[in-house]
Design a protein. Structure first.
Length: 161
């Protein structure tokens, strides 16, 4: 009986340990010399066809500083939208709506002078036929830039059939 109790405790500890690694929010520490430069923070995309597939919009960013710029805790304002960091033609992991996706300890790094894109991916069909009309969505992330620890981008448009 004691062996069963000990075995259950060990299996439970392994399960909890493995869950905590994937459900931990990334921690960033401000560092003088990390500096995010934003090309534009808002975009009007106009009409978006309901049946045209995913709409992608890139928000260019650059590390204008002298130290590495860390980017983490990317989120969106709605389940119909995903966000990811694109660097050197490669897409990082995709993140969804805050509170509806598991926290992640993932961090993207832009070296001094390096550029990247924060890409918003909007699915106009996600809400079904009743989802036509004006939309406004936000994507956000945190950085280690002491002057811009939280960055938010927005886009708006009109979903049409």
């Amino acid at each position: 009986m004691l062996g069963l109790v000990v075995g259950t405790i060990i299996i439970g500890a392994i399960f909890i340990s493995s869950k905590s690694k994937t459900e931990t929010k990334a921690m960033l520490s401000s560092i003088s010399g990390a500096e995010v430069l934003i090309d534009h923070a808002a975009k009007t995309v106009g009409d978006i066809g309901f049946s045209d597939g995913i709409l992608y919009h890139s928000f260019p960013i650059r590390n204008n500083g002298t130290k590495d710029l860390e980017i983490a805790n990317m989120t969106t304002s709605c389940m119909c939208t995903k966000v990811f960091l694109r660097q050197n033609g490669k897409d990082g992991p995709s993140f969804g709506m805050k509170g509806m996706s598991a926290p992640s300890d993932w961090k993207g790094i832009l070296r001094p002078g390096e550029e990247g894109e924060v890409v918003a991916a909007f699915d106009p069909a996600y809400h079904g036929p009743q989802g036509v009309g004006k939309i406004s969505r936000f994507v956000s992330f945190e950085t280690n830039d002491p002057d811009n620890p939280y960055v938010e981008f927005s886009f708006e448009g009109n979903v049409v059939k």
